[in-house]
Write a protein that binds this ligand. Structure first.
Ligand SMILES: Cc1cc2nc3c(=O)[nH]c(=O)nc-3n(C[C@H](O)[C@H](O)[C@H](O)COP(=O)(O)OP(=O)(O)OC[C@H]3O[C@@H](n4cnc5c(N)ncnc54)[C@H](O)[C@@H]3O)c2cc1C
Length: 396
């Protein structure tokens, strides 16, 4: 038995944490004081961001409002960003976000759960791709990207733009298709679209069947593929590894992400890539009172890809283990799936579905993705639907 109120602190409200909050709304022990630290009052769902760019969804469609979810969980919301963790003193240091008032400089905890996602580390970006931090529009943080995207559309309505997406993983592929759809429909004719892979083949982490399907769709849509590294950016141009310069009005960055720099020096056990190293219980291998899930974490026992699907799957075991730790009950191991369903949207209501070695494509796959994505948002919507969402149902 333990005595007194214990503090459970959540950093970020990513895919796993929204589930934990929803489950706390069903059952929260009276001796658990819960605080959620996030920079925004909403969580933007990345899976629907390409659909937002394509014009299928409004921004409101892609958002989970956090305040009602936090309130339903009997928790307190603090608007800010974590910028450091002391797992010996059990405190988190906080940077004020979005003009929030009265935010404490540190937050204490007895138990900590981290689901802040991965980031594009601007210092590393500038070292690898000088000029990119100034000239490119990065897809992360997604909230900033979503706010700036309308400026791209405004430019595309004034002139035939040249748009290049740097990064040909799932996010880059979906974005270039989405941008092409939106600008061909609503921009000036004559726009050009390029996907810069960094060197390898498009959709490198996918099986050959998916790669072939993606390449066929890119060709069909007139999107140029450059299997070159982007080594820098200047005003109106992208510099390539082979010395060529690509004229480019809109460089979008969808490159692989990094671990948050504030984890360095925290004393938490980290993987080689700097992510929080966790065991089968999603619990830090160095500090048992710290848990982590999603893109910020690496499983020490079964490392797996970083994707929303894995982050979602970690939600239920994390919810169980956070309460079990508090109540000194046995923790349950979480076995991440070996294969996951992947649905790659190619814009214009077409998607490629893959599971292990199998891959199929069609409009049905896009409708399937749309249903899953909207269902995810609905699951965590507390209270009435926002007006913009209710009127934004015009999905092609
Ligand atoms: C365009 C795009 C499309 C994608 N589509 C898919 C897809 O279809 N399927 C798929 O499986 N994966 C997809 N991904 C990958 C997916 O986005 C990530 O794997 C997923 O978001 C990871 O979830 P997470 O819970 O770890 O973190 P996130 O979803 O990134 O959530 C992090 C949360 O932490 C908050 N936060 C961030 N920093 C701090 C801080 N310092 N302090 C406090 N809070 C903080 C954020 O505001 C946010 O609430 C896509 C990615 C992109 C960019």
């Amino acid at each position: 038995m333990h005595h007194g109120i214990k503090k459970l602190l959540f950093l970020g409200a990513g895919h796993a944490h929204v589930h934990v909050l929803a489950s706390l709304a069903q059952h929260r022990p009276a001796d658990l004081d819960v605080t959620v630290l996030t920079p925004f009052g909403y969580q933007t769902y990345s899976g629907m961001t390409p659909g937002f760019v394509a014009g299928h969804y409004t921004e409101a469609d892609c958002r989970i409002a956090l305040e009602p979810l936090v309130r339903a969980a009997g928790a307190r919301w603090v608007q800010g960003r974590c910028n450091g963790i002391d797992p010996v003193g059990n405190t988190v240091s906080v940077t004020v976000a979005g003009g929030a008032q009265g935010v404490p400089a540190t937050l204490p905890f007895d138990e900590l759960s981290i689901d802040t996602g991965a980031v594009i580390d601007r210092a590393r970006l500038e070292a690898d791709m000088p000029g990119a931090a100034t000239h490119a529009l990065a897809v992360r943080p997604i909230e900033a990207f979503a706010q700036l995207w309308p400026q791209v559309m405004a430019l595309a309505q004034q002139k035939p733009v040249s748009l290049a997406v740097v990064g040909a993983g799932a996010a880059g592929i979906e974005l270039v298709f989405a941008a092409e759809q939106a600008i061909r429909q609503h921009g000036m004719p004559g726009a050009r679209f390029t996907l810069i892979t960094g060197g390898p083949e498009v959709a490198e982490s996918y099986r050959p069947g998916v790669q072939r399907k993606v390449l066929r769709q890119l060709k069909r849509r007139g999107i140029t593929v450059l299997r070159e590294a982007c080594v820098g950016m200047g005003a109106g141009e992208v510099l390539l590894g082979n010395g060529a310069r690509l004229a480019c009005d809109v460089p979008l960055l969808a490159i692989g992400t990094h671990a948050p720099p504030w984890l360095q020096g925290s004393g938490l056990a980290l993987s080689d890539s700097g992510h929080v190293l966790v065991n089968a219980f999603q619990q830090s291998t160095s500090h048992p009172q710290v848990f982590a899930a999603g893109d910020v974490a690496t499983r020490a026992d079964v490392p797996h890809a970083r994707s929303g699907v894995y982050a979602v799957r970690a939600g239920p075991p994390l919810a169980h283990n956070l309460l079990a730790f508090h109540q000194r009950q046995p923790l349950k191991p979480h076995q991440p799936p070996t294969n996951t369903l992947n649905l790659l949207s190619c814009g214009t209501g077409h998607a490629i579905a893959s599971y292990g070695p199998l891959s199929l494509e069609g409009a049905w796959a896009w409708r399937w993705k749309d249903r899953i994505d909207r269902g995810f948002i609905e699951r965590y919507r507390v209270g009435p639907r926002p007006a913009a969402q209710a009127s934004g149902e015009s999905v092609s």
